[in-house]
Design a protein around this ligand. Structure first.
Ligand code: SAM
Length: 242
């Protein structure tokens, strides 16, 4: 796994964060060291997916990146005549995903689609959609519409599993949670400079909502059952059933 040192050196200009070749190359290390309990989140998602994956349906992973979730889902669910569909708009991520998937024998069919989720989605016969740390990159203008489209694309009793970075409900806790998060990143080997430069790069790109706003968006989209299955300061996992 290549080490994430993208923001190690001081940069005169910080470009907006993107998912090009430099990020795709170090992405697995970046996630391991930047997302609290990333491994446990993946395990929980696969565990829940095994309950929701109805035989002979489709399962979507929106923002599939390098394919870690697709592989985890297939492993946890086992052969069920499913089609696992990974969607991402980064060709570089999809290339890494293809390479990683080539080393794993899937027990269900798998497809990768290059598409920009800001422009909506084309879904059908789906029992499950997973969206890990990706909705936060969708422009707020299109976010409700996308969540509604995912709801509409799911079969009855189908589920959406969502993981998002969130804002604290008050500025008091928001500030504190961000500090605890930066301390977590320091413990994982990132320097103050790396953390500050990445924060600046993400500023206009990653737009987090509050947990309450995410829950309201899911409710308005029509999901009948909604619950929080994971929370660590400013990270949250939500499961919603149609
Ligand atoms: C933080 S990563 C997701 C991590 C991944 N789900 C995982 O758990 O391993 C966000 C992903 O969403 C993709 N993405 C961002 N904006 C997108 C868009 N508008 N349409 C499709 N994919 C998008 C990025 O290319 C990136 O691969």
């Amino acid at each position: 796994m290549s080490k994430d040192d993208i923001y190690r050196q001081s940069q005169a200009f910080i470009d907006d964060f993107g998912f090009g070749e430099n990020v795709a190359t170090v992405f697995d290390d970046m996630l391991e060291r930047s997302v609290p309990f990333y491994g446990e989140l993946q395990r929980m998602i696969a565990e829940m997916a095994a309950d929701f994956a109805a035989p002979d349906t489709r399962i979507y992973d929106f923002g599939c990146s390098t394919g870690t979730t697709l592989i985890g889902l297939d492993r946890a669910i086992g052969p069920r005549g499913l089609t696992l569909i990974g969607v991402d708009n980064s060709e570089e991520m999809l290339a890494k995903c293809r390479a990683k998937m080539a080393g794993y024998a899937f027990s269900n069919a798998v497809e990768l689609i290059g598409a920009d989720l800001n422009h909506g989605i084309d879904m059908g016969n789906a029992s499950l959609a997973v969206m890990i740390l990706t909705l936060q990159f969708i422009r707020p203008l299109y976010r409700d519409k996308l969540v509604k489209a995912i709801h509409d694309g799911l079969e009855e009793n189908g589920a959406l599993i969502l993981v998002e970075k969130v804002l604290g409900e008050s500025s008091l806790f928001n500030r504190a949670f961000i500090n605890y998060y930066y301390e977590f990143k320091m413990r994982n080997g990132y320097s103050g400079l790396e953390i500050a430069q990445k924060r600046e790069a993400l500023e206009n790109v990653l737009v987090p909502y509050k947990l309450a706003e995410n829950l309201e968006m899911l409710k308005l989209a029509g999901f009948r059952y909604i619950d929080v299955f994971f929370k660590w300061y400013n990270f949250v996992g939500i499961v919603a059933v149609k």
